[in-house]
Design a protein around this ligand. Structure first.
Ligand code: SAM
Length: 328
């Protein structure tokens, strides 16, 4: 029985990660990053391994030639291996953005950047890079200069190895995104924001959206920081909790947004996409204000149907296309 390209790549990633996990006495995700490095370099870079182990790894690597696969086949198989590694232990705030959300985000970014031949793109919470590489693979007819930032050194290592394996030249920064960023303002920001409190009270002092007492909301500070790194007229696409505008800090956030951005749209994702319906999310689309930038006549508000519900999805896409005709 023939197996799909995705399974072929996944099997090699998985078998070699298991070998490296045992031999290097590390976690599956750490081993996956090691095997990804080997695949990218076309060599085994862990000198400490025995000749026998190197032979076993080589035999696996010989089963695939990555350049023969599409970027999406590589991304999806790598994503499966990361998901397997994340099953063991990962905080909910560090979870990878699922494909379904990445595809909706890609569609929206494509529509909003329709007239641009090239643009710059920043993901300040890039994690494993799954969301960012989904977008880059989907929008392959434009030159996109992209940046990813994350505080977690293993996740960002997985992201840069994934980018290498998919030949996506992303510039990565392993740091706290709420500290000073050495990235010039970009045309587009995208982010599946970490939701919760930012523990660095001193660091939050420079933000307008800091809380007056106790820790500040990291997701609010991320919005402010992202806006600082966006050009006038640039767009921001955030995955946000549905209750973003309901907390006690919400009035301050609303005032801040009305001063600096035009809200373009709020798209509520179907609850079926989330294991816990209380953790359901929406996509918030903003445009940074600037000279000659006008807001939309109407904000795009929609509740997306389940993506597999083809008829409802077609009606929704027609509604979004109509909004673009009337507002953009
Ligand atoms: N889009 C990512 C992906 O596809 O893998 C998932 C993003 S995950 C929901 C949120 C990310 O924010 C995590 O990777 C976490 O490490 C990162 N994060 C949390 N606080 C941060 C901070 N202060 N600076 C930079 N990254 C942070």
């Amino acid at each position: 029985m023939s197996i799909s390209p995705m399974e072929t790549i996944f099997n090699v990633l998985n078998e070699t990660s298991l070998i490296l996990k045992d031999e290097l006495n590390c976690t599956y995700l750490e081993a996956l990053s090691e095997t990804g490095e080997n695949l990218f370099h076309g060599d085994i870079i862990q000198d400490e391994l025995s000749e026998l182990t190197k032979k076993r790894l080589k035999k696996q690597y010989e089963r695939i030639n990555l350049s023969a696969f599409s970027k999406e086949e590589v991304r999806k198989s790598y994503q499966l291996a990361i998901l397997k590694g994340m099953r063991d232990n990962v905080q909910s705030n560090h979870q990878m953005t699922p494909d379904s959300i990445g595809l909706v985000m890609s569609y929206l970014i494509k529509k909003f950047t329709d007239k641009a031949e090239a643009f710059s793109l920043l993901d300040p919470a890039v994690g494993t890079g799954n969301l960012l590489t989904t977008i880059l693979n989907q929008i392959d007819d434009k030159e996109i200069t992209s940046y990813g930032v994350d505080i977690d050194d293993l996740l960002i290592k997985l992201a840069y190895i994934g980018a290498n394996l998919q030949s996506q030249p992303i510039q990565f920064f392993n740091q706290d995104s709420l500290e000073h960023l050495f990235i010039d303002p970009v045309d587009v920001v995208v982010g599946d924001l970490p939701v919760g409190f930012y523990p660095n009270d001193l660091g939050s002092q420079k933000y307008i959206l800091k809380s007056e007492k106790g820790h500040s909301y990291a997701h609010h500070l991320f919005i402010e920081q992202s806006l600082k790194h966006t050009k006038s007229g640039g767009y921001l696409f955030f995955l946000i909790p549905n209750g973003l505008f309901e907390s006690e800090e919400a009035p301050k956030l609303q005032r801040f947004l009305s001063e600096h951005v035009y809200i373009q749209g709020v798209l509520q994702l179907p609850e079926s996409m989330f294991k816990n319906p209380n953790a359901a999310k929406s996509i918030l689309i903003l445009q940074k204000k600037g000279d000659e930038i006008k807001g939309p006549k109407q904000v795009l508000m929609a509740k997306l149907p389940t993506l597999s519900h083809q008829q409802a999805m077609e009606a929704m896409i027609a509604k979004i296309e109509k909004w673009f005709d009337e507002n953009k």
